[in-house]
Design a protein around this ligand. Structure first.
Ligand SMILES: NC(=O)c1ccc[n+]([C@@H]2O[C@H](COP(=O)([O-])OP(=O)(O)OC[C@H]3O[C@@H](n4cnc5c(N)ncnc54)[C@H](O)[C@@H]3O)[C@@H](O)[C@H]2O)c1
Ligand SMILES: [Mg+2]
Length: 361
């Protein structure tokens, strides 16, 4: 029995997620390599301390904005630029470039101060994102030398390594755009320079950017895995089961409930795999797990209108789907050939991980 199978054998009700976390770290599996990364610890610590200072000190953050880099968005669509090779990249600007563009478009340069902090380079060059939705889109595209692309489409165009920063930037901008007023007093809220919080001066309430916890689980019966589609998914696309955590639930309880609600199956065991921030439609923290059902408990029953279809897929079908161009455009296979979410999506990573483990059995 492989390590994977052995871990999967932890029963849902007794094997607390925490136990699984700890075991995976002890065994040096995926979680460990994500967590430790390749960079030296001191450079990481100094970066994190620098970012902390920028969040706490408006003056330092404003100075960092003037020497930092900025990603641009228009009504939450990131700016992409096509390179000579036909690939897309994320152009970065500096404060004087953005001031110049705003000036040429007849807008107040003060708009630059709406930039929000999203990170910094190893050499402490701060990174910001700014929505220039107040200016005319085509004119801004002309001056910036790129196109503003819907984020869903950008997932298919960008390198995977560019995606986390662009999604983080968009999510933070969206949060500011939808939290301009205090829900207790109805008065305007005010952001700090970094954009890491908003405060209502009237009530003193401080608001922090939020993510909703969501579980995503790839269910397996040992030989096949279960994927489902909502009617709003692009044609032919199937994904792992997912669902928002209800107030008061543990991750395990949500996993068990969502699988029972959506496909009428009872999970036998679960294994934490990885997590991911997902910006659509609003920020979620996706908690990715593998789940198993016993071989006598595989009869799918859909409930309500949330899922249009759910099916068991063999390893061979999954391997074909992972190879398929997405969205599936192969003329021979037709537009509705089965495909899975893009490689950046956690659903894809769980599917790949499952396929890799099946091959080792
Ligand atoms: N990155 C990925 O690979 C991936 C894959 C699948 C789903 N997702 C994301 O996971 C999220 C949840 O998936 P789902 O649609 O299956 O969830 P779900 O099964 O909980 O169903 C969604 C419904 O739950 C209700 N709901 C309860 N709490 C909610 C909240 N806090 N916000 C919004 N709706 C809430 C709403 O009625 C909504 O229509 C979606 O935002 C989706 O984009 C990401
Ligand atoms: Mg769901």
């Amino acid at each position: 029995m492989t390590v994977f199978r052995w871990l999967c054998a932890l029963p849902v009700d007794r094997g607390e997620m925490f136990t699984v976390f700890t075991m995976r770290r002890m065994l040096g599996l995926h979680f460990g390599s994500h967590f430790l990364g390749a960079r030296s610890c001191s450079s990481y610590v100094s970066k994190m301390r620098y970012l902390m200072r920028l969040k706490e000190d408006d003056k330092a953050c404003q100075e960092a904005l003037h020497s930092g880099t900025i990603l641009l968005y228009h009504k939450l669509a990131p700016l992409l630029r096509k390179t000579e090779t036909g690939a897309y990249e994320l152009p970065v600007f500096q404060a004087p470039d953005v001031s110049g563009i705003l000036d040429k478009l007849g807008k107040d340069k003060e708009l630059l101060n709406n930039s929000v902090l999203i990170g910094c380079s190893d050499t402490h060059v701060a990174q910001f994102s700014l929505d220039v939705g107040a200016v005319e889109q085509a004119a801004a595209e002309g001056l910036c030398g790129g196109v503003f692309v819907d984020l869903r489409k950008a997932f298919f165009l960008l390198q995977n390594s560019d995606v986390p920063l662009v999604t983080q930037g968009q999510a933070l901008l969206r949060w500011h755009q939808t939290h301009g007023y205090c829900s207790a007093t109805g008065r305007p809220t005010h952001s700090n320079q970094a954009g890491s919080q908003r405060v209502c001066h009237s009530s003193g309430i401080i608001y922090y950017p939020q993510m909703a916890p969501v579980v995503i689980v790839l269910v397996s019966d040992g030989k096949r895995c279960l994927l489902a589609r909502q009617s709003t998914f692009p044609r032919g696309m199937y994904s792992a089961l997912s669902g928002f955590c209800d107030m008061g639930e543990t991750v395990q309880e949500t996993l068990r409930r969502e699988v029972a609600e959506e496909v009428g199956l009872e999970l036998d065991s679960v294994l934490y795999s990885r997590s991911q921030h997902w910006p659509l439609p609003q920020s979620s923290l996706m908690i990715g797990c593998h789940g198993t059902v016993t071989s006598g408990n595989t009869q799918i029953s859909l409930r309500g209108s949330e899922l249009e279809d759910a099916r068991w897929f063999t390893l061979h079908e999954i391997q074909e789907a992972l190879k398929r161009k997405i969205p599936a455009r192969d003329k021979k296979e037709g537009p509705s050939a089965f495909w899975v979410p893009p490689s950046y999506a956690i659903a894809n990573q769980l599917i790949q991980e499952w396929a890799g483990q099946q091959l080792k059995l």
